[in-house]
Design a binder for this molecule. Sequence first.
Ligand SMILES: [Zn+2]
Ligand SMILES: [Zn+2]
Length: 252
Amino acid sequence: MKITVLGKSPSWQDAGGACSGYLIEHGRYVLLLDCGNSVFSKLRTVCDYAEVSAVLISHLHADHFLDLVPYSYALIHGPRQRPGRPRPRLYVPEGGGKLLSRVVGCWGNAGLIETAFEQHEYGSRHEVQLGPLRIALREVPHFTRTFAVDVSDGRGRLTFSADCAPNDGLVELATGTDLLLIEATLPEPESAGERGHMTAREAGEHGRRAAARRLVITHISDELDADRAVAEAQSGYGAPAEVAREGAVYTV
Ligand SMILES: [Zn+2]
Ligand SMILES: [Zn+2]
């Protein structure tokens, strides 16, 4: 399984960067995990968007789904469309279809995304087989309904935290994974109130508790000190860690 980081920014893009988007390739099967702002243009630099097999959205925050809009326009109006070509599948959390149609319905195009993609919804503790990939989803604590995603081809595994506060479910989902791609949004722990993100140190601790073989922190702004974040992640993990960078490729 080959994993390419298309975008790793949090809810605002790095300079020249993109929000959440990761491309997973297994032979001819291509899965796009999240499709945040600017991800569509990054996708176009590495593959043919019309040949993507499926897109899976971890949660319906703009930085994780907004580029479904230009992607849909391309699929419907792009010049290379072939009649009969299967539409990419789109997996969103339960209720997501309604939310997406409300967004594009603002300018009178409510059917845009469901026309471009074959749309499916998933719920908590859902498992789905996508071509050669087994996908396990686990709900994690965030400000809206959000799912961490584990992708396995039977030989290698990637676990993606999505956005979340520290939680045991993620550790359980990620136990023994080959690569834990985990959010490290916060430079300092959140103070009082509802938590929805974690620090690099907390991300590292999740990696250690899950005995993940490799740890990559993501969803971190270029306006923060990456070296400090990596050092904190390593102190929690107890082993070398790295920060995601656009274009980085991992094989598991
Ligand atoms: Zn986010
Ligand atoms: Zn979010």
